[in-house]
Design a protein around this ligand. Structure first.
Ligand code: 5GP
Length: 144
């Protein structure tokens, strides 16, 4: 999928937003939904997606949504950091498949890093255990 194109209402995150696919929910309000990445690159890998928009990537996010959405990204990153005490945290997102994007509904990744631990592959490997993801989600939610 290129950087430009139409929003696919059947992308996996749209289905999660509609409740058609389960997720380990961290937080939700009128602006965003946050949940655990099902193929985590590290323990605590969390995603934050905007609601009520059809933005495939950051370039398509309406300007007036940037502030409210990025406030949530920061709030949840603080929660991840408080809950899991990582040595560092990656906050990132990809725009277009050439940049590494695989799901075409805007999302930010929050990826805790521990010194000396290697980073898992992006969007690859085995799906994580949902019970473990839900426990992590609760732990992060409690730290918000
Ligand atoms: P992207 O490659 O678009 O930047 O990131 C998409 C992310 O979504 C990847 O990190 C991938 O592991 C994650 N992902 C893919 N399918 C699912 C799913 O069904 N549920 C959840 N929670 N995460 C998913």
């Amino acid at each position: 999928m290129s950087l430009h194109g139409d929003y696919d209402p059947d992308n996996i995150f749209a289905k999660i937003l509609r409740g058609e696919i389960p997720c380990a929910k961290v937080y939700e309000d009128d602006i965003c939904l946050s949940f655990m990445d099902a193929f985590p690159q590290s323990n605590g890998h969390t995603l934050v997606i905007p609601k009520a928009v059809t933005a495939r990537n950051f370039l398509e996010l309406p300007t007036d949504m940037i502030g409210p959405y990025m406030q949530r990204v920061q709030m949840i990153a603080k929660g991840v950091t408080k809950a899991l005490s990582p040595d560092g945290v990656i906050i990132t997102q990809f725009n277009g498949s050439a940049a590494g994007q695989t799901v075409f509904h805007l999302h930010f990744h929050i990826i805790p890093r521990q010194s000396g631990e290697s980073l898992g592959f992006h969007a690859a490997g085995e799906m994580a255990d949902m019970t473990e993801l839900k426990a992590l989600a609760e732990q992060i939610n409690a730290a918000l």
